[in-house]
Design a protein around this ligand. Structure first.
Ligand code: A2P
Length: 279
């Protein structure tokens, strides 16, 4: 018998399979993971793809169907691996299983990136705001590592509202890591990270800044803390990614209080919205 013949049979791979290379659990409700990047996949920082796992075999048909969900890509367009940031839902069809993946496992990744949270959908401005709640931070983890963000804007403000302080850790560590980002330091110049203002808030646990970002803007407190004028169409551009109520409330504030206009890939304007894709 030849050596090849005794080698274990290769496990059948999933359609569009990618291999998990790293998993980090941030809280009992949040985790992030990295998978290999399909060689031909090109995407713009801020876009999302469909990812998933095979479901159970249906007793009647004898077949299994993939369970797929839209996930924002948290890694930048130039990275070798693809990163994702996810909630864990105990009875969620996908995340109840996805939360148990380990390096070496396979997931399905459909290589068709799309999305509105892209630089192409915004006209130039002085300052870009990224507004996130919970796992809505993911596309901004991509855009904060994208050189275009700093080429296009003088100031970058990232606000992140979460229920508890522990839910801010992924974002905080990512922002801290930017100082040592070789590519950004090389392409944008040392000290690029000084353009960033980080404004984390919590709503259900004590932290340095309490309250919903929407309320902190309405009272003027957020602008005062950040040392900037209230948003205006001449200077400010924004991207929103959070739960549905948050997205709608901010969109309403932008349009009716600050006079900003919603943009799209086909018609760039002042702000763009996407909802966080929950299980
Ligand atoms: P709150 O605790 O006051 O509901 P969730 O986990 O429910 O998606 O919420 C994530 C964070 O977003 C929470 O801090 C929550 O605050 C906040 N949030 C929910 N809805 C809104 C909204 N309409 N405007 C601003 N923040 C919101």
């Amino acid at each position: 018998m030849t050596e090849a013949a005794v080698a274990p049979k290769a496990t059948p791979t999933l359609p569009d399979a990618q291999t998990v290379t790293e998993v980090k659990h941030w809280t009992d409700r949040l985790f992030s993971f990295k998978v290999s990047r399909p060689a031909s996949l090109r995407f713009r920082s801020g876009e999302f793809v469909m990812i998933g796992l095979m479901g159970d075999v249906n007793e009647k048909t004898g077949k299994a169907k993939p369970i797929m969900r839209a996930y924002s890509i948290a890694s930048p367009s130039w990275a070798e691996e693809m990163e994702f940031y996810s909630i864990k839902v105990e009875d969620g069809p996908l995340t109840s299983r996805l939360q148990h993946i380990e390096p070496g496992d396979e997931i399905i990744l459909r290589p068709k990136p799309v999305g509105t949270l892209v630089h192409d959908a915004l006209v130039p401005g002085k300052r870009i705001w990224f507004f996130a709640t919970g796992t809505g931070f993911a596309p901004f983890a991509s855009l904060l590592r994208e050189p275009e963000t700093y080429e296009k804007f003088d100031e970058v403000i990232i606000t992140h509202t979460c229920r508890e302080a522990g839910e801010l850790t992924y974002g905080r560590e990512l922002i801290e890591s930017l100082k040592d980002d070789e590519l950004l330091n090389e392409v944008i110049g040392e000290g690029f990270w000084k353009k960033i203002k980080y404004y984390p808030t919590t709503t259900r646990e004590e932290s340095a800044k309490m309250g919903r970002i929407t309320d902190l803007m309405k009272s003027g407190e957020a602008f005062k803390d950040l040392g900037v004028a209230p948003m205006n169409p001449e200077e400010d551009r924004a991207m929103i990614c959070g739960n549905l109520a948050f997205n709608l409330e901010l969109k309403d504030m932008f349009e009716n209080t600050y006079g900003l206009e919603e943009g799209a890939n086909s018609k760039p304007a002042h702000f763009v919205v996407e909802k966080a894709f929950l299980d």
